[in-house]
Design a protein around this ligand. Structure first.
Ligand code: ACO
Length: 329
């Protein structure tokens, strides 16, 4: 027993910041950002809290699945940082929804959605749950050094959620972790303990872009290959690859390694940038609402992120294709 996806939802902040907007205060250009990354704009949480984004996405997923918060048996949030170290983001989501079930967060950076799906699958396998809410929400723009043009242009904010119910639609899932803080890290808060001589520095993302790039291309393509082999399907059987949205050039390089046609690789990076854990489920929700997912489609989800972590899975889409609610990208 694993699960089936019964509903999806997402939330993107109202404020859209274009590359040209960034060029007004950074030594950068639309030409550099769009040709190196594929990103043209991103959503930035100005008024929204991480909790508010998470709750909006959760409500949309609950509505899509026809579920009520009281029916939830578990809330799992994947995030780098909610509003608080404690309470967890999932506890805040539980409170706002009025749910009554266990709730906890996990952090696997951009691979968080896939880690959360695997944890949820374990709960279903043990027969402990009938309805699980997985929420991924990130305010990446609050974790950036906005004087560092090599990182702050890459990220955006947003949230997405899925409602899971008992089913057999997770055909294979693979996760990995290779501890490495040199490639990418975000320091934790330092506090002001008078006995600590330890200052971690500002809470902002530090990244070796080229090291992450090389890791990402191999991780994204090998993840799909290995998950497909584990599921006993050929790459040609995959209807759509839904990859973590970090850089269009990473997606293109991974696509070439997989020898797949461009139309089988889904992307919204032009409009969203990298929203870390929220990236995959935002794209999944948009594809669902654009009527691009057909009943029986085999989907390959693949991600890499800070940690360094990776995740990949093969999911069968079991719902009828939606009448398009949103225009295609
Ligand atoms: N605008 C203009 N110039 C820039 C910018 C910018 N925004 N950023 C960097 N440059 C300059 C650099 O200063 C450098 O100039 P120099 O040659 O004079 O020194 C030049 O552009 C080339 O810099 P590189 O870092 O070599 O550029 P690269 O082609 O590697 O692209 C990038 C950088 C886009 C970051 C790429 O390496 C990448 O996408 N890496 C993967 C990052 C990623 O996927 N991270 C996801 C993990 S996130 C998570 O897990 C939370």
């Amino acid at each position: 027993m694993s699960f089936t996806i019964a509903g999806t939802g997402s939330y993107l902040p109202q404020k859209v910041v274009t590359n040209d907007d960034l060029a007004t205060f950074l030594d950068t250009s639309d030409e550099w950002i769009s040709t190196r990354t594929g990103i043209r704009s991103r959503h930035v949480a100005v008024a929204e809290t991480v909790t508010e984004m998470a709750v909006a996405a959760a409500r949309a997923a609950l509505a899509d699945s026809g579920s009520a918060p009281e029916q939830l048996d578990l809330i799992l949030c994947a995030t780098l940082a909610g509003e608080y170290i404690t309470p967890s983001l999932s506890c805040m989501v539980q409170k706002e929804l009025g749910a009554c079930c266990p709730a906890f967060d996990l952090n696997a950076a951009c691979s968080g959605f896939l880690y959360a799906l695997d944890v949820a699958a374990g709960y279903f396998a043990r027969g402990r749950v009938k309805k699980v809410l997985v929420v991924c929400a990130e305010a990446m723009t609050r974790l950036m050094d906005w004087t560092d043009r090599s990182t702050c242009v890459l990220f955006g904010d947003g949230a997405a959620a899925v409602v899971l119910e008992p089913g057999e639609d997770l055909l294979a899932i693979r996760l990995s972790a290779t501890g490495n803080s040199d490639a990418l890290h975000i320091p934790h808060v330092s506090g002001n303990c008078p006995y600590s001589g330890y200052d971690r520095g500002p809470v902002s993302l530090v990244m070796n872009g080229q090291e992450v790039y090389k890791f990402a291309v191999a991780a994204m393509s090998q993840g799909v290959e290995k998950a497909a082999a584990e599921a006993g399907i050929a790459l040609e059987d995959i209807a759509l690859v839904i990859p973590h949205q970090a850089n269009m050039r990473i997606l293109e390089a991974a696509r070439k390694k997989l020898r797949m046609p461009a139309e089988k690789i889904a992307s919204n990076i032009g409009q969203c940038g990298n929203t870390s854990a929220a990236s995959l489920p935002i794209l999944l929700d948009q594809l669902n609402r654009q009527g691009r997912l057909n009943k029986g489609d085999l989907l390959a989800l693949t991600a890499f992120g800070g940690g360094l972590t990776t995740g990949a899975c093969i999911l069968r889409w079991a719902r009828e294709r939606k009448k398009a609610e949103e225009p295609a990208f």
